[in-house]
Design a protein around this ligand. Sequence first.
Ligand SMILES: [Zn+2]
Length: 168
Amino acid sequence: MNDQELRAFIAEIVKFDNRKISQAMILSWGDIAHFGHWTYAEAMEALTWHAANSTEWLMPAHINLRIKDQRQMPVRPAELPQIARKPPAAPETIKTVMRELRERMGWPKKATTYSDPELTVKCPHEPCSAGIDSPCRKLWSHGRRQGTYTAIDTYHDSRTKAAETEAP
Ligand SMILES: [Zn+2]
């Protein structure tokens, strides 16, 4: 419970029994809240419980004892935190799975989809040097297309190796 929550909690106590609020009171309640590691929700539950079940003048000990009791209660299933959704697979895992699938299904090692792991790395093959997300290419050394690049439907081996070792 932070300072703001402590003040809000004390305001609730005042609503409940009209007690006079003082700096000393805030400090003493704050100390006990701090040592008991009260949360605002816990303190409010304890205050409500006390209001409903006790005629005694509310003391910090009432809140403390109620919170301790509640913490020892088994957690009801509805209050259990939701099981965290599985985090998305790590890129390395995707690469491994894709490679295994390719091998098992006999898929050709081609630049077929944007999810090819090779596309996450720059091609280290000097004459190609295709950037990330670009297919491997060849440079025409003669003929009509001399000096231009054409995408090839495979990856240079060095790029495949790089994709297996480098994280994107
Ligand atoms: Zn290449």
